[in-house]
Design a protein around this ligand. Structure first.
Ligand code: CA
Length: 509
């Protein structure tokens, strides 16, 4: 059969690629390109060889070598993760920057959003939330009861306040507080208190004898009875609850006066991450989100992308976008720190892919990384942050965090994001309490299955119904509508809220 007008069965990104991605599951003997037939079933999202490949040949996807073949693979062969070796990670000492900070991209027609301005903070809130931070897990039981009571008895009296969120975590005591790497969890908790969605209102609940002392989190003029409750100074349980309720009431009174106003996008800071990626993530959801990111950056906003292990193998592909030598030096030092962190336990970045990633067609971390970095678009990388650091510039920023959804989410919140976009291929109902989360899926099948959990279907790109630009504009508009409080994401609607997970690479004692 010679049918040049056949419905596309595979996707090939670069002319250099010698594998294609099955758009849908291909049965054994399927004609996937004119006069080319599969030798076995090729599951959806998996790779099929496009030419007769031999053992030792390089496999190219996205025009990049993702590994070498360990066996022969005649045209039409399913190439799975066991058939490919892992290439060496890019050298970190030879990275070069080229960008002058300019990039050619159309200016979008929306340059403002409706946000909550915060005094003394570069970014505005997208929500008006009372955030109550704990210094140690010991107070969590009391705090949980108090927050339920605040939500039940106080919150309805303050209609301008969206929510009350307790920022509980397992750091604070039983830890080597002077360890070199302890600066990461301490900085993260310190900066989390100041997330713009909390409106600059400080409320911290301490136990009294923990290692994470209040002076590590607040400045001298902030440490007072208006901002800090110490449970060991309360006379019994009833007084603890009362003390937390009293402080919450005073904070709610202030927060209730906050109003949305039209603000430039330079006051918007959002985060991006992937969760449950598949082979389509790098073709659909991530490049579309990358397009939305470029629009946001062009309009003046700040966009953080993270997940060190998913950038490590693509670092040489993004390094040239760094705007100066400091940025590239920090990019390389954050990557080196993570290489060392992993090697302490005799693993490397290939410990990242999950069974679900592999079922979804991703063979190794190189292939996953090439898809992952697409979310950062094409704009200059103006700054690199250590975990939990607050940006000092507007634009595209690499915020070094683990790829774990909960740790990345928490660390990005510490860096000041007020909204997160999560791209998924396998599907996750993930959400955050402190900021709305918009979910973009990579496959139409997932959208059909979870149409009441996924906010944007980027699977339409793989089916040819929409372009990357179409979906990118849709994501851009949804980000601004959700940031402005005009729309809610599904995770926010149902209050699907994952726990915080502070990144603590330091020893626990
Ligand atoms: Ca993740």
């Amino acid at each position: 059969m010679n049918n040049n007008s056949m419905t596309p069965k595979i996707i090939k990104i670069s002319s250099k690629d010698n594998v294609g991605i099955a758009i849908n599951t291909l049965e054994n003997g399927s004609e996937f390109l004119p006069s080319l037939y599969t030798h076995s079933l090729i599951p959806q999202g998996h790779k099929v060889s496009l030419t007769n490949l031999k053992k030792g040949d390089s496999i190219y996807r996205y025009g990049v070598e993702i590994g070498k073949l360990l066996v022969d693979a005649p045209v039409g062969t399913w190439i799975d993760e066991h058939m490919i070796s892992l290439p060496l990670a890019p050298d970190l000492d030879t990275l070069e920057y080229l960008s002058d900070g300019q990039f050619d991209f159309p200016t979008p027609d929306r340059l403002t959003f409706e946000g909550y301005k915060v005094d003394g903070c570069a970014y505005a809130g997208t929500r008006n939330i009372l955030g109550i931070t704990s210094t140690v897990q010991c107070v969590s039981g009391v705090l949980k009861v108090a927050v339920e009571k605040i939500k039940r008895e106080l919150l309805p009296k303050y209609p301008q306040v969206n929510d009350v969120v307790s920022l509980e975590h397992s750091y604070g005591c039983g830890v080597a507080i002077n360890a070199t790497d302890a600066d990461i969890p301490i900085r993260s908790i310190k900066n989390l208190i100041k997330n713009p969605n909390f409106g600059g209102e400080i409320m911290v609940v301490c136990l009294g004898c923990e290692k994470l002392t209040i002076d590590m989190l607040l400045s001298e003029n902030e440490i007072n009875s208006k901002n800090v409750v110490i449970l060991q100074e309360c006379s019994g349980y009833e007084q603890m609850i009362e003390a937390v309720m009293d402080m919450a009431k005073r904070k709610l009174e202030v927060l209730n006066k906050r109003k949305r106003e039209t603000l430039p996008l330079s006051q918007l800071c959002i985060g991006l991450q992937c969760g449950g990626s598949d082979s389509f993530s790098g073709i659909t959801a991530n490049p579309a989100t990358g397009y939305a990111s470029d629009l946001l950056v062009k309009a003046g906003a700040t966009v953080l992308f993270s997940e060190v292990t998913e950038v490590r193998d693509g670092v040489d592909k993004i390094a040239h976008r760094c705007t100066n030598s400091n940025t590239i030096h920090k990019l390389s030092s954050e990557m080196k720190w993570y290489d060392d962190y992993l090697s302490r336990s005799n693993v490397d970045r290939n410990a990242n892919p999950t069974p679900g990633n592999k079922t979804g067609g991703l063979c190794n971390i190189v292939e996953k990384a090439m898809g992952s970095i697409a979310k950062s678009g094409t704009s200059p990388i103006v700054e690199v942050l250590s975990p939990g650091e607050i940006p000092t510039k507007c634009g595209m920023i690499f915020a070094a965090t683990p790829a774990s959804d909960f740790v990345c989410g928490t660390e990005q919140l510490a860096s000041g994001i007020t909204l997160q976009v999560l791209m998924t291929g396998r599907g996750t109902p993930y959400g955050l309490a402190a900021a709305p989360v918009i979910k973009v899926c990579s496959r139409k099948d997932l959208f059909d299955l979870w149409s009441d959990l996924i906010d944007v279907n980027a699977g339409t790109i793989a089916t040819g119904e929409k372009s990357i630009e179409d979906v990118g504009v849709e994501i851009f508009n949804l980000i601004l509508d959700v940031a402005s409080g005009k729309k809610k994401s599904w995770a926010e609607e149902y209050k699907l809220e994952n726990s915080l997970c502070i990144f603590n690479p330091a020893p626990i004692t």
